[in-house]
Write a protein that binds this ligand. Structure first.
Ligand SMILES: [Zn+2]
Length: 394
């Protein structure tokens, strides 16, 4: 049985026990930042970003000499590597670090959640004591979880801590398979018995068109105030409001639908089968780059929420390559043609169905063929096809 993993951060403010603790923490964060910067500078002049092993040779002894602990040193060059790599990939200039923030390995801190005390081991064998400000309920949630890394930052004198927790989830027994297809207009789910019988079909409308109208408003405003809109407060404000509205619609939707889908999966004891993230299916017919970016962002959000909520209910989650799932005939494997209005038709065997439902069926076949559930290789026969496909739209 596959094991899933949940990762979550507990973020909170923290108060240094004394002004000495505060001073030592800030000093540590400054040293840490400068060390990362130095490593970035070194890496920047190289053509290729070296392996972790080489990085270790390059920086470890030097960092240790400056009073960093073994795991500090490792965090520093790993972090520097990530920064340098990301900036090179984006064609950016050499990054300059300003913020006071550090990632700290679990060997370099002691966490006492019960008493809300965090002790950090900083440079030169010093320790910094922090009192964590968090509610009982939030802390209660993480009992039985395993903490690994923490992130500490100081912003305008205030200390913030994020503790990263993980929990392995032993999936429970499943009896059915739920496949989920996400596209620009709809999120469609289908629940199948292992033999292929369709138990449930449900469709949710996505809010992407609604979000697009906010985008259109923004563009309209920007056109009305060419160049100058950035400098007019009211206009800037209007644009910000539309952007915020669009984001909150998307977040809200992803949470609600993710929850609802996982709840259904739980009721049917389903294995959840999702499309693989690198979604190659493009929306050719509406291919403005904003639409593409928006839908890609939305798919990711959606898939993440569904899988997270499913894991929390101890359901196994699997990913399947979605290429051509909505354009392949589930009966004979031929290429389907559009018959208008999202209905697809097979020119070879005459099969007809809604494209989202077809995508769900093909995901199911692909999953069972991959050997999930130990289902016999179930070559789709005409009469084995789930019924409610013909012209089902709603
Ligand atoms: Zn066919």
């Amino acid at each position: 049985m596959k094991v899933g993993e949940l990762v979550e951060a507990l973020k909170m403010r923290a108060l240094p026990e004394s002004s000495d603790d505060h001073g030592a923490l800030v000093e540590f964060l400054k040293l840490y930042r400068d060390a990362v910067q130095l490593a970035v500078n070194n890496l920047w002049s190289l053509n290729n970003v070296p392996s972790i092993k080489t990085l270790h040779k390059m920086f470890y002894n030097e960092l240790r000499k400056h009073g960093f602990r073994a795991h500090h040193a490792k965090q520093i060059y790993v972090y520097a590597k990530a920064i340098a790599k990301a900036s090179k990939r984006n064609g950016g200039s050499k990054p300059v670090l300003r913020r006071l923030t550090a990632r700290i390995d679990r060997y370099d801190y002691r966490l006492d959640l019960e008493n809300r005390v965090l002790i950090l081991k900083v440079h030169g064998n010093r320790e910094v004591k922090l009192r964590l400000l968090s509610s009982n309920e939030r802390i209660e949630k993480f009992k039985g979880w395993c903490n690994y890394e923490i992130a500490v930052k100081v912003v305008e004198g205030e200390v913030y801590v994020a503790v990263y927790f993980r929990k392995t989830v032993k999936p429970r027994r499943t009896e059915t398979v739920m496949t989920v297809d996400v596209n620009f207009d709809n999120v469609t789910l289908a629940v199948f018995k292992p033999g292929g019988e369709l138990l449930k079909l449900k469709r949710y409308k996505t809010p992407l068109r609604r979000i697009l109208t906010h985008r259109i408003w923004i563009e309209r405003i920007q056109r009305r105030y060419p160049r100058s809109w950035r400098f007019i407060k009211g206009v800037r404000e209007a644009i910000r409001k539309h952007g915020e509205r669009a984001r909150s619609i998307a977040w809200d939707y992803a949470h609600r639908i993710g929850d609802s889908i996982a709840e259904l999966a739980s009721r049917y004891s389903s294995i959840v089968v999702l499309e693989n993230l690198n979604k190659l299916r493009s929306n050719v017919d509406r291919s403005s780059s904003f639409n593409k970016k928006l839908s890609l962002w939305f798919y990711r959000r959606m898939l993440f929420t569904i899988s997270y909520e499913a894991l929390e209910r101890r359901l196994e989650v699997n990913y399947i390559n979605p290429v051509k799932t909505s354009s392949t005939c589930p009966r004979c494997g031929n290429r389907l043609e559009s018959n208008g209005n999202r209905v697809m038709r097979c020119t070879k065997c005459g099969f007809m169905g809604d494209r989202d439902v077809i995508a769900c069926i093909n995901l199911f076949y692909r999953y069972t063929r991959c050997g999930g559930l130990g289902v016999p290789l179930n070559a789709p026969k005409g009469d084995a096809n789930p019924r409610p496909m013909r012209g089902n739209r709603g």
